[in-house]
Design a protein around this ligand. Structure first.
Ligand code: ADP
Ligand code: TYD
Length: 208
């Protein structure tokens, strides 16, 4: 591997298995001797984790759509400066559970058509894309029932019904088409081990 590091992201609807697959991939790459930073958004640095509580907890109407875009972007900027860029500069593999594609989908599509605002702010303040994005594609109903099985206080987005999950799934597939150079689609409707084998194959090809 070159000293430039490798920036990998997982994307997909809630409950598609991103966190599970990110963890398994990190373990496998570490076992092969790679230095891996496993991180997530919103969050991944102390400041961004504080913003995470602001955006994921409390009243669903707490923020306007525009303020929410600013908060997710502020969290991402901090995460990039403090965690992602230093790790990549040190030649590490960064595996991130969600990144800017999630803002393109959730803030760009779910509360009106704000995609162009999201893109403008991204190019002003973030200005970089992952080397590779693994989209875990998943049946929306199954994803929803898996996500609802979790208990917690991060509930602002948990009321998403099947309709929005379906819209998000289609949106992610369209995004994979738009950024076909870096996206790889993985079928998430299988047992964990089969999905993990597929993810490992795809990433090994990139590492070679
Ligand atoms: P995400 O991060 O995409 O929301 P998670 O990795 O947290 O998804 O998975 C959501 C739930 O589904 C967890 O309880 C996890 O153990 C379970 N899960 C993940 N992958 C699979 C799979 N391939 N088959 C069945 N259950 C799974
Ligand atoms: P996450 O913890 O990954 O939830 P899950 O495991 O259910 O997929 O993300 C929490 C929520 O934050 C999720 O509903 C998607 C949302 N989100 C956005 O709306 N915009 C963003 O930019 C990001 C990174 C996440």
């Amino acid at each position: 591997m070159t000293k430039a590091g490798l920036f990998l992201t997982f994307e997909g609807i809630d409950g598609s298995g991103k966190s599970t697959q990110a963890r398994i991939l990190a373990d496998r790459l570490r076992a092969q001797g790679h230095e891996v930073v496993l991180t997530r958004e919103p969050g991944g640095s102390p400041g961004a984790e504080e913003i995470r509580s602001l955006v994921l907890e409390g009243d669903p109407e707490r923020w306007s759509a525009e303020t929410e875009i600013l908060l997710f972007t502020a969290a991402r900027r901090d995460h990039l400066e403090r965690t992602i860029e230093p790790a990549l500069a040190a030649g590490k593999v960064v595996i991130c559970d969600r990144f800017a594609d999630s803002t393109r989908m959730y803030q760009g599509l779910s509360r009106g058509d704000l995609r162009s605002l999201v893109d403008q702010l991204h190019s002003l303040m973030i200005g970089r894309e992952p080397d590779m994005t693994l989209l875990i594609d998943m049946d929306p109903e199954t994803g929803l029932s898996r996500a609802k099985g979790r208990q917690g206080t991060e509930e602002r987005f948990e009321d998403f019904g099947p309709e929005l999950q379906t819209k998000m799934r289609a949106g992610f597939l369209a995004l994979a088409d738009e950024f076909s150079g870096r996206f790889r689609i993985v079928d998430g409707n299988r047992d964990m081990d089969s999905v993990a084998r597929n993810v490992t194959e795809v990433v090994q090809a990139a590492l070679r």
